[in-house]
Design a protein around this ligand. Structure first.
Ligand SMILES: Nc1nc2c(ncn2[C@@H]2O[C@H](COP(=O)(O)OP(=O)(O)OP(=O)(O)O)[C@@H](O)[C@H]2O)c(=O)[nH]1
Ligand SMILES: [Mg+2]
Length: 458
């Protein structure tokens, strides 16, 4: 494939001590050399070497820089690639880009370097997507997930799945080829059990998306409870920032307030909500509707009570009401008993209450907040997660859902004894879909798989 030469600033926009400009394509070395006074020194520089060079515009020195030269195919993009490390002034960065453009480079489109890496076979599509995730990762866990995918663990799993489907197709095609000779190569029950195994494998991946996705974007934790119990105070404590307005007036929080915070390597998204109560106030009512939406999308609920001002019976009643309104089966509920500073000692009926995880705290005085952090992270087993392949990418998830549909169609087809060639269409579609994940769509593979099982002459 022939590509033109692209360039762009690859470090963050703005001022920095240094900045990196990348140039990739057939003419990367030549174009860069036009910016230097001593062109030949750079043209003859061996691959993978760094050299200090001065960049000029006509006779005017623009900057003293370091350049690294990579030669195709041994570079990130698989093309000739140059990295200029210049001083991070906006003027210098812009000037160098301007000179590169003047000498025949083109400004790269977003992601174009990685796209070339994929098109030149340096990375598959899922790995290229992992690079974007890696750059965006803000916590240990999202970093681990991205690294796993970049290392190719996810692609390997997809490829394994794909070859199993190829096997299924091969078995079915054999049946098709010899149907007229009345030879039964594979009985349908064997096909069905292979399909069942594959179905479970696919379901495992689609099911992992929910977890994979929340780990990437932050596990949503909703802080809920009656007005004035101290929800916003707790949010500020957890975020270590005065993020939400706190006041003694019940109904202070009208809209949800949310922000991310990383605890022990796991990223959480804390959502402070409007206090739950029956109210005539229209705006507050809207706020309470939003509270229910926040509860809906939360993985973990911190149900907050003012322990200095409530009885166990009242709390149990409130929880009963909530359990009617909310599907708690897939959520973890933690009770946060706040304002312990108002009490001389903790009431026994609360400390002996074993129905839920409960933390006794004072948000205002920052007492026992650590206990909440511990309860939150107990929920997540970091080591376990990093070893398994999780689906974290919405594009992959969409594709997997389509695959599930195709599997269901094949299952129905078996049950209704549909002709083999109709079933094969759906397996081919699954192979194409899996190929879409890693970026290698072809159908020749099925043929290859069939013929590799034949002996010559048959
Ligand atoms: N004594 C004591 N007061 C607290 C504590 N935590 C919060 N408060 C006070 O309780 C009042 C209400 O706090 P908020 O954080 O605004 O309560 P909220 O639950 O967000 O209230 P709404 O937004 O109205 O639903 C404020 O006056 C806080 O200073 C605590 O641990 N001890
Ligand atoms: Mg509040």
């Amino acid at each position: 494939m022939v590509f033109d030469t692209i360039c762009s600033i690859s470090s963050p926009q703005g001022i920095g001590a240094i900045s990196i400009i990348r140039i990739s394509g057939k003419k990367a070395v030549e174009i860069t050399s036009y910016l230097l006074q001593n062109r030949d020194d750079f043209l003859t520089l061996p691959a993978n070497f760094v050299k200090q060079v001065n960049i000029f515009e006509d006779d005017k020195l623009i900057d003293q820089t370091m350049v690294t030269k990579f030669v195709a195919p041994k570079s990130y993009t698989g093309e000739d690639l140059v990295e200029i490390t210049c001083h991070g002034s906006k003027f210098i960065q812009q000037k160098i880009i301007e000179l590169l453009l003047k000498n025949g480079a083109r400004l790269a489109k977003p992601g174009e370097f990685s796209m070339r890496a994929f098109l030149n076979g340096k990375l598959d599509l899922a790995q290229t997507e992992a690079i974007a995730d890696l750059i965006e990762s803000q916590s240990e866990i999202s970093h681990k997930l991205a690294i796993n995918q970049l290392k190719g663990n996810f692609s390997a799993r997809i490829k394994r799945l794909r070859s199993q489907f190829v096997e299924l197709a091969a078995l079915i095609e054999l049946e098709l080829d010899f149907s007229e000779e009345n030879v039964e190569f594979a009985d349908r029950s064997k096909l069905r059990s292979l399909l069942q195994t594959l179905k479970e494998e696919v379901a495992k991946l689609t099911d992992s998306f929910k977890l994979g996705n929340v780990l990437k974007t932050g596990i949503p934790v909703a802080i809920i409870g009656k007005p004035n119990v101290g929800k916003s105070t707790l949010l500020n404590c957890l975020l270590m920032d005065e993020r939400a307005i706190v006041s003694h007036i019940p109904g202070t929080t009208r809209d949800t307030v949310e922000d991310n915070f990383t605890i022990n390597g796991t990223n959480f998204r804390f959502i402070d909500t409007a206090g739950l109560r029956i109210t005539e106030d229209e705006i507050e009512t809207f706020g309470i509707e939003r509270t229910f939406k926040a509860i809906d999308k939360a993985e973990i609920i911190l149900y907050m009570i003012d322990i200095s001002d409530t009885s166990l019976e009242d709390v149990e009643k409130e929880l009963l009401f909530l359990e009617n309104e909310i599907d708690f089966i897939h959520k973890k509920l933690i009770i946060v008993a706040n304002k312990i500073d108002q009490l001389n000692e903790l009431p026994k009926h609360f400390t002996e209450w074993n129905d839920y995880d409960i933390a006794f705290i004072s948000a205002k005085r920052n007492v026992n907040i650590e206990e909440i952090r511990e309860l939150l992270t107990q929920h997540i087993d970091l080591h376990n997660i990093s070893d398994t392949t999780l689906l974290t990418n919405a594009r992959h998830y969409d594709i997997m859902l389509k695959i599930e549909q195709e599997i269901n169609t094949i299952e129905t087809g078996f049950a209704q004894k549909l002709p083999t060639d109709l079933i094969v269409i759906h397996i081919n579609s699954i192979l194409n879909l899996l190929g879409e994940i890693t970026g290698e769509i072809t159908n020749d593979e099925i043929l290859e798989a069939i013929f590799s099982r034949f002996c010559i002459g048959k």
